[in-house]
Design a protein around this ligand. Structure first.
Ligand code: A5P
Length: 226
């Protein structure tokens, strides 16, 4: 089965977690894309959903799918947020931000009653940091000083596109911090949040309620606390 087909299956399997109507958080990335398209089909079929997109890209896609959207300002009463992830640990902690959208994603996930994560099986790891760096959204002001401070935690690398720093939707820089496997992700998250200049980290700890995993052998669901 192709990677895209697994992502599509995870996205469609998440539909069973949706309420009959209400506000949905719409994540960002190649897996969530399939979910947003599926929600568009449900809306065209008569379901009364409104979306809160987690990025400009997801807003555009959701608009093109005909999903009514709420303003970025909030406040929102989000029933369920569905989003992808870059790594998922056995305790359902996540690394996100491969697309640089993790700050908005975290704001939306924090406002949601339930968080459903959709991934293909390649995202499952024994420990966070095993395959991915930790994305950080960083103020451009003083970023060289922030990079220097980050060297206490690993090897930070400014994310570039065509030789120029990638800007988040909020206009900030993205830094990828190579840490190796993380024994204590919460400690790292706390230390990173204590650094001025760090807007948000891509460590999503204790936030996922259900992770829907698509693999060659079908769909399975990992549920927090089980
Ligand atoms: C966006 O910045 C990310 O947090 C994505 O949700 C994450 O990278 C998963 O993306 P894919 O579904 O494209 O792998």
């Amino acid at each position: 089965m192709s990677s895209d087909e697994m992502k599509r299956q995870a996205a469609r399997a998440a539909l069973r977690h949706l309420p009959e109507a209400g506000v949905l958080g719409l994540g960002t990335g190649s897996t969530t894309r399939f979910f947003i398209e599926a929600v568009g089909e449900l809306v065209r079929g008569g379901r009364a959903y409104q979306g809160v997109p987690t990025s400009i890209d997801s807003r555009r896609l959701a608009e093109s799918c005909g999903i009514p959207l709420l303003a970025d300002d909030g406040p929102w009463q989000i029933e369920v947020c569905v989003d992808g992830a870059d790594e998922v640990s056995p305790s359902l902690d996540l690394i996100k931000g491969g697309g640089g959208a993790h700050t908005r994603e975290k704001v939306v996930s924090n406002a949601a009653k339930r968080n459903i994560i959709i991934v293909d099986a390649t995202k499952l790891v024994a420990r966070l940091g095993q395959t991915r760096k930790v994305p950080l959204e960083v103020l451009s002001f003083g970023y060289q000083t922030t990079l220097a401070a980050l060297r206490a935690f690993g090897a930070p690398e400014l994310r570039l596109v065509n030789g120029a720093p990638l800007r988040s939707d909020a206009g900030n820089f993205i830094v990828d911090l190579a840490t190796g496997e993380l024994a204590e992700p919460a400690q790292l998250d706390q230390a990173l949040h204590a650094l001025p200049g760090i807007v948000e980290t891509g460590l999503f700890l204790g936030r996922a309620d259900v992770v829907v995993v698509a693999g060659a052998d079908g769909i399975r669901e990992l549920v927090r606390g089980r």
